[in-house]
Design a protein around this ligand. Sequence first.
Ligand code: GCB
Length: 633
Amino acid sequence: MLYPRESETREVRALDGIWNFVRSDEANPTQGIRDGWFNDDLSKSMPTIPMPVPASYNDITTEQALRDHVGTVWYDRKFFVPRSWGQHQRVWLRFGSVHYEAFVWINGQSAIKHEMGHLPFETEVTHLLKYGAENRITVMCDNALIQTTVPQGKISEVANDQGVTIIQSYTFDFFNYAGIHRSVHLYTTPKTFIEEVEIKTNLSEDNSVGTVNYSIAVNGTAANEADNTLYARLQLYSREGILVANATSDSKLLGSLKVENVKPWWPYLMHPDPGYLYELEIKLYAAKEQLLDVYRLSVGLRTLSWNNTSFLINGKPVYFRGFGRHEDADVRGKGLDNALMTRDFNLLKWIGANAYRTSHYPYSEESMQFADQHGIMIIDECPSVDTENFNQVLLDKHKSSLEQLVHRDRNHPSVVMWSIANEPRTGQLNADTYFQFVANFTRSLDSTRPITAAIAVPSKDDKAGRHLDIISFNRYNAWYSNTGRLDMVTQRVINEATAWNYKYDKPVIMAEYGADTLEGLHLQPSYVWSEEFQAEVFSQHFKAFDALRRQKWFIGEFVWNFADFKTAQSYTRVGGNKKGVFTRARQPKAAAHLLRQRYFALGREMDKCNLPSDLFTYIADVGSNVQHDSSDL
Ligand code: GCB
């Protein structure tokens, strides 16, 4: 699915802004459907409140009932469609994401239904719109998670002081934010248009010549009537706007472009000019040079390869230094926020990270574009978290989530790996065949990237790792196990990573480690929840990572978490999960400075990157040959 972009042949209009909103009665979630709330303005059926789009609805009001609501909510708004859109073109409605299930009507007529949070969906609405007139869009969104949704949850009825109430429970800890999380777009295409583009890139062994292999899928009547007459002309421009390659496709709309003296796409700090992107202009023609459609997309040329000891980009081994993250913020919840996204990328670069995992669901398309531009490598995770009770319905939806994800993200150079699950219960017997299906399916969609999953069961119990290319494991030494024991971290991390490698003979990543830390809490000697403790937990892990790095097959370290985030209420969480290196307001805790020194030191050692001038604070004018020991005190 292509991101909506304007061009000579396309127009894009966002429907973001303030919509009208109704929370359904939890005990009567289908009332709006039965009473046909979509047939007229919502306000004619129920009192409405203003609700921003994009945003999660949970934290917008002061009502506990809305924050913790389970079931359906309704949105609507009016919009104009220009008269000109009614002629010689088609109009599409596209949602960046609605969590979890969405039902959409245009002018009272059903337009589309979609199940799965964090992923885009679209439909043609040409025939549903009124041109040169006002239109209405109505959306019903359902946040209920059950055993056959991805991720899974449970709904139960529990007695309360008023009788019974509906409780949504889930085993993952992040808050189940819901609503219209990303932008809503209307866009036009010509009648026959470029529907899909798949790009695969290659480099010569010395990285001097690049190849862009493309395949284009067309939608439209011209394709059906006169297949053989369609062709595409492609032009590749450098960042500086210079034409570096061009090609004319065959009638199957396949082909390749060759780029001499190519500038490969490199990760941040692995090269002085990371995130180099070309612009590919695709023009679709019918016979007699009739231009049908134009679409442009960014292309980064790079190769990925992997074996049982390493992961290489452009032939060079990669060591990942990064984070697990969340799309999460005060007030907005999981709503797309360009200011926050830009701040986050500035912080990633400030701290010297070169990667993150989109734990535990796909992140916004806008953030994927940012990652391409900044050279941040992405381990792209589907929304399967804590998966258990494996069954066929779940398997089909899990596969569908990966199909949607791969189709959305396959052209991003920043995406270097697919993560097919976080902490699935892979000790269970049927996890073996379940993950065999999921992994093979993902490989059938894209064989150019390795597959991983973040596993938390002990390696001896795991039944999924053999289906992966790279093993990622999550472990909280000195936090969930041996709480407070800084002397029980280093050797345990070394032992566990070694056990994973011994069992599967594959590269290993530590995908999560960390400690909850209350900003501003200082305790010396360090004590759990203090800023000192977080820094010391990190340092004990660093020792393990350095010992493991010497083994070659250990290829990355990911802190949990980039920033503090909201969770469901629990006595283990003080206002949310506080394992952030940054606060929820995106300010550094003490450990951020330590991590920054490590990430840049690793970049310096491995990739000869420059160090920022403020990395080490001036302390004293002592020569490096001055020796200190305790007798100096
Ligand atoms: C984990 C999960 C992550 C949690 C984290 C924690 O293992 O993968 O989603 O937030 O632990 O802090 O408990």
